[in-house]
Every structure is written in C-alpha cells, then in structure tokens.
Design a protein around this ligand. Sequence first.
Ligand code: PMP
Length: 426
Amino acid sequence: MRYQRSSALFQDAQKYLPGGVNSPVRAFKGVGGTPIFIERAKGAYMYDADGHSYIDYINSWGPMIVGHAHPKVTEAIISQVEKGTSYGTPTELESEIAKLVVESVPGIDMVRFVNSGTEACMSAIRLARGFTKRDKIIKFAGCYHGHSDSFLIQAGSGAATFGEPNSPGVTQGTAKDTLLANFNDLENVKSLFENNPGEIAALILEPVAGNMGCIPPQEGFLEGLRELCTAHGALLIFDEVMTGFRLSMGGAQELFEITADIVTFGKVIGGGLPVGAFAGRREIMEYLAPIGPVYQAGTLSGNPLAMRAGLTTLQLLKQNPNCFEEVENTTLEIAEGVHNIFTKNSIEHSINVIGSMFSVFFTDVEVTDFETAKTANNPTFNRFYHHMLENGIYLPPSSFETWFISLAIQSEEIDKTLSAIDSFKG
Ligand code: PMP
C-alpha cells in the first residue's frame, strides 16, 4: 500500500489527538483518504514517511516563500538556539524586525508581535473597538481571520471545507456584533454602514481572499471600502496574513495603493516559526498596553527564535527585489499551463491568480465571492487531488484553499507539475 506508514501513523495519532491532527484541514476530511505524514522538507520538496517526495504547493500554508530549510534561515535559527530560545524580556532583535516591517509596509508606524495570525486579527479587532469605542465589525462571507469567536461566522478555510462556517461555542452575544457582507459587493457594505450608523468599529477583510480559494478584489472594491470606512469613522483592517510579504514587500496595500488603518500579518513574517503581528499608525497603536488602555500580551510574543527566523526571511526578500516578480512569473506559467491543458482535455475550470497565489476551481462560473466559489465541483477536485498526490505533487487538500508558490519552484518542477496535470482526465 502506497501510504502504509502514513496510515499507521494516522491510526495512532487519532488515539491521542482529536481527529489525529492539530489543525482540521490536515486531516483530509474534505478530500478523503489518509493524510500524508511528512518527515522532512528541503527547497521545493517535502518527503513523506513512506519515502515519497512531493513538489510542495502548500508551503506550510504560505510561510515558506523562500523554500523549505533555506540555508540562511536554518543557520540563523541554529545560531539563535545556542543562545537560548526565549527570555521573556525585550531583545534588540524585536526592534530590528519591527523597523524592517515599518520601512517595508505603507502607512504603519508601529508593530506588535504575537504568535499566530489568529492572535493578530483578534487583537486588531479589540484595538479597533477600544480606539473607536464601538462594538460592531463587518467581515466578509468566506474570509477567514483565524479561529477567534467573532470571526467564526461564515468563515472560510477549514470551516468552509467541513461545511461548518458557523461554529458551535460562539455565543449569540458575540455573533450579533459581527455583520456579514459579500466579497466584491460594495453596495452590500454600504447598506450595512447605513443601517448601523455610528456603531461599526471596523471592517476586516483579506484584500485578496485566500480562504475560499484565491479571489482577487474587483476594480474599485478596495477603494470603495476605504471611502466607506473613512466616511463612517470605522477602521479599515487589512488581514495580510497571507498577502503580507508575499504579493510584494509592502503586501496588498502597496500593490493596490490603498492604505488601511490596521494591518495584520502571519505566515511569511515568521519564516516558518510561529509569528503573527499587527501594525498601524502611532495614534492607534499607542492605544495598546502598557501605554494605552487596550490590553494585549503574550509569554512567547517576540521570542528571539521566531524573530530570528522571521527577520532572516524578510531580509532575504528585501535583498532580492526581483523575487516577487520571479515568483509571480512562475505562478503565471503554472496557471497558464493548467488552463491550456484543461481546455485541451475538456475539463471545466475557472482559474484565479495573483502574485504567487493561485486557485483552480472546477466550475465554469467566474469565481468572485463565497457563493460562486461554492459552485466548484468537489468530487472532481477530490479526484484531481489524489491524482496529483500519486504523481508527487502536494496541493492544499481543499478547493477552498490557495496554492502558494515558492521561489524554490523552478522550471523542472513546473514541467513535472504540468505533466501530472495533463494525465488527469477529469
Ligand atoms: N488570516 C488569514 C487571512 C489566514 O489565512 C489565516 C490562516 N490561514 C489566519 C488569519 C489565521 O492564522 P493562524 O492560522 O496563524 O492563526
């Protein structure tokens, strides 16, 4: 059996871990079959417990933009380990990475580091509520901002994959303060603002949605949101956990030339170690404890090991200004290849691509929001998924997830990927 050892490891894991995993989509519940247990990764490749290799298109769900176990990042981590991994005190490293983030990202003066994207978004909302002295927030159906209570309402990602976008355990009291809008629907947002005058603290969105598959904003959408937030005194929060340091050094803000009031980060900023961050203008950020009234804290926040991995990754990107164009070109080559092959093989599909983010939906509808994303044919995706896996290509195990391309993927990997795609017959 191809996945014999993975299968045995999964059996064992289920005895001690709910569902055998520590994050739901890893369990392959959507695509079926045995989750693949990975033993090591290097560059563009991951290697499983049964000795198979895979070209990796998850890249740890985004962080590994420079490829796995990059020698510079590995060396930096090892040298930090020898000096200790966490002190619970300030370190010079924290200011060094904060300075790099502030210099790279438009419109921000200060950063607070946390340990995950969830924490970053949860804290950003608390800060926005404290700053505006209002309670309600607007989020978009199919966007995912981590698993904190106010976001698990029509959430994307794993929640959407399992058909449970609203989680039990979120109280009605919390849910009533989260207003829902449709992605790319400015009129919808406008009416929410009009129907809740003076009550909306913030609007949070992924400027490029990546948790209902990849869905870029339509022309004028982000501009319109910026105008509505300013007109109604609400803060605009860009969740750049996926897009930060991936679409460009300054993220989606730089790409679309829109300045948000608070920006959240995760994934690339930690270089594969647990790091999140939220950032904004000084007047907003100084609302945080210890100088302001909004409380937020963390034992391991800004720990030197994670900071070192993040800083080294961001420096690698900064030193190579063409890297975003390079990884975008790789992505476009793959996207065009997939489109041409599926057209030739008469496989219905819709492709969304931006920067190094990319999704294939098995539908003939243009995918612009959660409703259209849900038209994708999941049985086809599941067959496609297992076909690719057997051919040594590791994709995110759900059509509601985005493929992340790394700089380690080169022409050899592109050729292998396209040839695996060509042998899929629907
Ligand atoms: N926001 C976005 C846009 C995300 O994609 C994710 C994770 N996929 C999160 C927030 C939550 O980040 P984490 O899993 O690190 O808590």
